[in-house]
Each structure stands twice: as C-alpha cells, then as structure tokens.
Design a binder for this molecule. Sequence first.
Ligand code: ZN
Ligand code: ZN
Length: 752
Amino acid sequence: MEKDYNFKESESKWQDFWIQDQIFENKGKATYSIDTPPPTVSGKMHIGHAFSYIHQDIIARFKRMNGYNVFYPFGTDDNGLPTAKLVEKMNNVRFFDLTRPEFIELAEKTVKTLLPEFIEGWKNIGMSCDFSKPYSTISKDVQKIAQESFADLYKKKRVYRKESPVLWCPECQTAIAQAELEDKEKNALFSDIDFKLKDGGTITIATTRPELLPGCVALLINPKDTRAKDLVGKIAITPLFNQEIPIIEDESVDLEKGTGIVMCCTFGDVMDIEWQKKHDLPLHICINKDGTLNELGKEFKGLSTKEARKQILNKLEVKNQKQIVHSVNVHERCGTPIEIIVMTQWFVEYLDLKKEFLKQSEKLNWHPDYMQNRLDNWIKGLKWDWNISRQRFFGIPIPVWYCCGETILAKDFPIDPTTTEMICPKCGKPAQPEKDVFDTWFTSSLTPQITGEKIPMSLRPQAHDIINFWLFYTMVKSYLHSKKLPFKDVAISGFVLDPKGEKMSKSKGNIVEPKDIIEQYGADSIRFWASQAALGVDLRFSEDQIKQGKRTITKLWNASKFSLMHLEGYDPKNKGELQDEDKWLFSKLYSTTKEYIERMNKYEYNKARDLIDKFFWNDFCDYYLEIVKHRVYDTKDTGAQYTIYNALFSILKLYSPILPHITEEIYQDYFKQFEKTESIHLTQIEILKDYKTDFNLAIDAIAQIRKYKSENQMSMKAEVESITLKSDKKVEKYFDLIKNLLYIKEIKIDEE
Ligand SMILES: [Zn+2]
Ligand SMILES: [Zn+2]
C-alpha cells in the first residue's frame, strides 16, 4: 500500500473502473429494483441532491452485498416546464418569441450540451447506478410511453377536456396543477373600499386586490353578522365600474377578517370559484393571460394587476389602509402569484378516488412512517382534478386532434399532432391539432414503466418536497392503469440546511456546492457526512462532520496498512489457533454484522454506520490490534493473522456501501488476490462464526487501567507497581496479557 491515500486519484479511478467493467450493469432478473428519481435538468447537482442520492446509493450497494440482484437505473427528466425555463434563461429568450419548431430545436440542442456534465455530478458522488443506458424523459421512447398512458386513460374515461377555471401562471404563460402551488408570505396593502347601496347608504369592504373590482360579482356576509339581516338581498354598486351586484349570505365568510364583508370576483382565489358555483354567480373575467386587465377594466385596460391596483386606489381616494403580511398562492417554479382564469384544458379525473388513494398510501411501507401523513393530508385536501395540459412548446405533445365537435385520438405513438395531418373521419377535412403539451409530472409519474421493470418495484427513494408531486402522481398513474402499487417501499430523505438551520438559497448566498466539497475532501467524505442523517431528517451542513469523514478514511487507510504489513506471506486458508482475544473479536464482529444487516434492511443506514464505526475504531483499533501486536510482530501467529484478515475484510465490506472508493482501493490492493471477486461491491456481507469467551473481562480491565493512567496523566507505557481492579476473579487468567500490554507489575482484584 502507498504511504498516504490519494482520494483524488483513487475516486476517479474506481468510478471509471465501475463503469468500464460494467460492475453495476443490470444483469439478469432483478430481485431488488429501485425507482431512481430522474433529476430535473435545470442546472447542476445541489447539495440536497447529493444528500438524498447518497442515501439511496447506500441502500443499493448494501442490497447488492446482501444477496440481491439490484436493478438501479438512471435517467434524467428533461422535458417540460423546468427544462424549458432553463433553456429560456440560458439563451436569453422567451419561448413565445420563437416559433414552436425553433424553440424545440433550441431546447433539444441546449439539453444535449448540458447533459454530459450534468450526469457527471451523479457519477462524482459515487452512485452505483447503471449509467450505461440512461433514459431521458423527452426521448421518443418515453414520449411513446407517456402518450400511451394518455390513450389508456382516455379509453378508461379518466381524462376529460373542459372549459373551467384553472390556475394560471402569468409569468410562465401556462395553466398549472394544484400541486404546483406554493404558499408564500407576501406584504400587501389591505384597503377599505366603500360600495354604495342602490337604495341608499354605504358599506365598506376590505381587500388586497382592488384591481379585481371590474370582476366583482357579489358581496358576501356571514349570516351570523348582526348587519346581515338588513343587508342580505340588497343591491350594491361597484365603485368606478358601476356594476349592480347582490349582497349574499355565506357562512364561510370570516367574521374577523377586514370589515367582515368580502367581494366575490371572477376569480381572485379558489374560494371565489366555490362561491361562484354555489351561488350561481355570473362570470366577469377581467384578467388576461399575461396578467393585464382586459376591456372590463375600462380605463385601466392593458395595465398590469400591480399598476392597476395602484391607479384604482388613487382614483378611489382610499382613506383606510394597512400593511399586512398574508399568504399568497404562487407558482413554485417562478414564485409568481397565480391568477385564476377560465380556459379549456385536459384533466385527469380523480377527485372521486380519494378514498382509494388513501388505501394505496396505507399499503406502502413508509420510511420513516410519519411521512405517510404528508401524502394522506395532500390527498384529503385535493380540490381540483389534475390539470395535465400546458400551453408551452417544449414537452410531450397531447396526441389528439379536434373536428366536427369530436376528439380524435392518435393510434400510433409517439406522434406530434402539430406536425402530423389527421383527416377527420366525419367530414374528410384536416382536423385541428392539439397544441398543448403534457405536464412534466404526467411523464415522470411513469418511471416504473419507463425503466421496464415489473411493478411493484422494491423501492422508491426520494426527497420529501415532491411527495405531493412525484410520489402521489406515480401512485395515481399506477392505480388508474393497473390498480397496482408502483413500488412497495418508500424511503424519504430530508433536506440539507445551512449551518444555522436555514434553508439554502441563491438569494441568501448560503449555498454549498457538492463539487467544491468533493474537490476538497473527496466523495467518500461527503458520503460519510450524508450517512449520519436518518431518513426524513433535515441535516445542517457542517464542515466539521465532513472532516470527521476524512478522519475515518485516513484511519481506515492507516489501520489497513498496519494490518496488512503483518499479513505478509500469510495464506488466508490457514486458520491457526484462535486465542480468547481472537474469539472475542469474532464475537463482536458477529453481533455487529448481524445488527448491521437488520438496520440496513430497515433503511437505518445511519445506525448501521454507528455500529461499524464502533467496531472499527474501538474494538478493532483501540483494543484488538494493540493486544495482538506482539503475536504478529514476534511470532507471525496465524490465529491472530486469521482474525485480522477476516475482521479487516469485514470492516471494509461493512463500510463499502458508505465509503465505496477507499474500500475498493484496499480490496483491490490486497484482498482481491484471495477473494477473486472483481470488485468489493460484488462480494457478499457474511455473518461469520460466533464464539463464546469471557475475554470481555480483560477488555474491561484494560479500560480501567487506561482510564487510571490517563486520569493520572501517565503515559500508557509508564510502569505501575500495583493496581487494583474492580472485576470478577475469572479475569486472573488474563493477568499476563494485561501486565505485558500496560506495563503493570502486580494486579489485585476488588470483587465488590
Ligand atoms: Zn410560473
Ligand atoms: Zn370534421
């Protein structure tokens, strides 16, 4: 072995080896299959990615060494809005400034340039996926799968097209789904606005959105409000726009908020839609798709909502105003407050299936189990069917045409209706192609089908921020297509926070790049750091803990170097004669390995690591190697050599899912010549023989003496005339060993 471990050389060497020698390629039938999250091509790998992908990779590597043929594919999610937004940003264009074919071409070109370096990020953390045939969600193969999914749902009457209020992002210029809403605290001006009553008098309402006055269709008051019996049934006049609107009672109006009387507009928020339906109110849509006021806005027509708000307030000469902080629905991709407008869209109908979905969720094995609540709460709170059509260019086309009042579904897939002519069977004329594309989740929810593995797959690993999206939609799709679960186990990783416990973000400038850490400390160190957090738990980034990983790696190198020095010329088939200290180490190894496997099988890799840390640092290095030094130095005792060989090899195997590079380095350097297996990652973790011994008594005695010496600031090699141990009398047979090891002349026992 080299004097020092060079992680830079070693890590890239083994990463190349794993790929070139196809160590992790899927061979034969999978007995453990992983539904790997395809990272969204929208920039580079961030620390949160590294964190959760390391968790799943530890599981994959362990399963491989525990008797499973592991199916661990890799793909990238490179269609739809997130990728399109990146393309816009990188090329400094908006999609609507180009033609559809131009933008698609630009997007495909951009993705192609980005992809190799993007995937490199995943290889660099030492992922053991099969990188030989990565899938891409915009590829023709995947387009076919997504369109066939749509066709199946169409035939099952689970998709429908309808004109209805939809959530609209004025920035991205597309409808979005409920899952894409995010609550954001925003400052707003809460203004009192007076409405004249038709038969005299005035009432006041408070609103943060006066620009919706032209869309106001009613005023609402809670029936418990003392003013209600006088006001309900009366007609109010909207200021500036002079519309006559009714005053209606509704128990959902918050008595405490504002003046207790509210506007119902078409549409300010989701509540307005409910009121509109419930009270059968007319639609007065006043906002355009680009977020400006339309002709209903009269003199304010063409102004942005923000500008219109300002000018309307000026003109109304509002007196009572206060600044409030309230929660606003924004688009999670761009942070823009959403509008609700009426449009024709495609939906997956599923609100009627909430109970079924809850049952499916219950059937999953959740790790950690409390994450089930997140999905269940999401399902219970669903208010909209799944809007799957997006008014964008880059994505998978919805494979239909329209003519003679009918929808014509394509028969061959993949297909782009905007470039393929379809003749209407009724009138014989060319039908109108659908121009919308699918929501990106419509496709990524098909990853089990895309990978071609049979469902249910064994494991879905992912982060908790996409439970409402990816996990939920995959479950929905699988249920609608086959009534089956897409996977059996779910492993949910937490987030990485900054050292103060705050969310990392570009704007706060507290982002840590995995690339920089790997550069400085190596991939094994970052993996060691990530492995300390249990599933579901958020972890603060700490450079100290990365350094702790580095220390473990150095210790592993030095302890191996020391051990292997004493194994020179040793034939591992030669068991020799085991002494009590050897048997003691084997008994420790037995319980460590056994519990390690149990923990790993429960996805408690962090607890598994604690076990191996303790065995390695404490039992092996601090005690065993010290105790047997003279046996291997002086006599090349084969019993000790046999123990060292097996313990060290086991230590390397148990560490290898977490620290795959250094363990491979030491394995290739020494163990491979005897073990023959091509890579340590293809060896099996074995529970070796357990032995009964009372050598624990000696260990306890050594600990007492070491403690005594360090408390008295003595060197471990300092001679001691006499010492009294608290111990069982049986320890006597180890007196010679203890005296030699710790330079004690006389030992007495205090049996109390
Ligand atoms: Zn947006
Ligand atoms: Zn026709």
